[in-house]
Ligand binder design. Structure first.
Ligand SMILES: C[S@@+](CC[C@H](N)C(=O)[O-])C[C@H]1O[C@@H](n2cnc3c(N)ncnc32)[C@H](O)[C@@H]1O
Length: 330
């Protein structure tokens, strides 16, 4: 299989960097994963998205902004350049995670992902010099923030090809080293790969049929003593409470288990993680997740019961999210 053009440079760098590291076992299977993750046979929209990338205009040199809410590039571009930029980026609609800003163009995404970052940052151990894995990273918004927080190497993985190409559009301008967003699932990685100082899994647990297997697999990626940050949808209740939606939840398919925060903590302990702690819980607001011109489809307000916004349209408790931390023993 051929590695797609967008990922050749990533592969060459990782192949060189990881030969003598604990990530070396992954190199044997990674080329095939990169090829199938962006395969035009599997993803019919790829040619359209690739055209959008090819239409990105050159921008004036600016400074990369990795520590502010709007990740992007400072500087000013001419109105015709900005209108070409807008048109090319709109070819990668829908923009779910962000916000971003490039030379004054604000990509106002569906999610204020910076708010999630603000909630987790106080409990995040320093990323300075660390190797980090972001599982289900979407277009890599939080990966940029991790790099901005000093990480030495950030690897994001996500199986949705549009999000990989959105990351590539940003990387065209930010041009940072040691940040990679790769088209694959956690399950595709070698199960036992204790190579990462910090592992994030945000917004993925409830999409997995077997949440304990997901947590065990995350643990398998941590160096001894490494920190796991887990963010997930939850429901109120005690350590035995779990909601298993019958069909859709807030119009989302593929939602299997919504634990209480205490049950999520118990699951973390059950797979052998230590110091499992719930650090933040709260409802998702319609200010944090909403339709915008960069994500014109329905969003949270359309998924709530119009008579009672404490419930979803299916009659389940409205979305609440929790952040938990734990560490690998050792
Ligand atoms: C709700 S989004 C969360 C994005 C981001 N982590 C955040 O918190 O804003 C879930 C992401 O997980 C990805 N995903 C789903 N199943 C996955 C799996 N098995 N392994 C890795 N990523 C997965 C989806 O493609 C999607 O981009």
């Amino acid at each position: 299989m051929t590695i797609p053009a967008e990922l050749v440079a990533d592969w060459e760098q990782l192949n060189a960097r990881w030969q003598t590291s604990t990530l070396q076992p992954w190199l044997a299977i990674l080329p095939n994963q990169l090829a199938s993750g962006l395969s035009p046979e599997r993803f019919g929209d790829l040619p359209r998205w690739r055209d959008a990338l090819a239409n990105l205009p050159a921008l004036p040199t600016g400074s990369p902004q990795l520590t502010s809410a709007r990740v992007g590039l400072s500087g000013e571009a001419s109105p015709p350049t900005l209108s070409m930029l807008r048109a090319a980026l709109m070819g990668l609609h829908p923009w779910r995670k962000g916000p971003f800003e490039l030379c004054g163009l604000h990509v106002d995404t569906e999610w204020r992902s910076d708010w999630k970052w603000d909630r987790l940052e106080p409990v995040l151990e320093s990323l300075a010099g660390k190797r980090v894995l972001d599982v289900g990273c979407g277009n890599g918004y939080h990966c940029w923030r991790m790099l901005g927080a000093g990480a030495a190497e950030v690897v994001g993985i996500d199986p949705t090809p549009l999000f990989i190409l959105q990351f590539k559009a940003l990387q065209r301008y930010l041009d940072q080293e040691h940040i990679y967003v790769l088209p694959l699932t956690l399950e595709a990685m070698p199960e036992d790969l204790p190579a990462f100082d910090t592992v994030f899994s945000m917004g993925v647990l409830y999409h997995r049929r077997d949440p304990l297997a997901h947590l065990k697999s995350l643990k398998g990626k941590l160096v001894p003593g490494g920190q796991l940050l887990l963010e997930t949808l939850v429901v109120e209740g005690d350590q035995d409470t779990v909601l298993e939606p019958n069909g859709r939840y807030a119009r989302m398919g593929n939602v299997w288990h919504l634990p209480s925060p205490d049950l999520a903590r118990r699951w973390m302990s059950e797979v052998g993680l230590i110091d499992a702690t719930v650090v933040d819980v709260g409802p998702t607001s319609v200010a944090e997740q909403r339709s915008t011109e960069w994500m014109t489809f329905h969003s949270l307000s359309d998924f709530l019961d119009p008579q009672n916004p404490r419930l979803t349209v299916e009659g389940y408790p409205a979305p609440r999210r929790a952040i938990l931390t734990a560490r690998a023993p050792g």
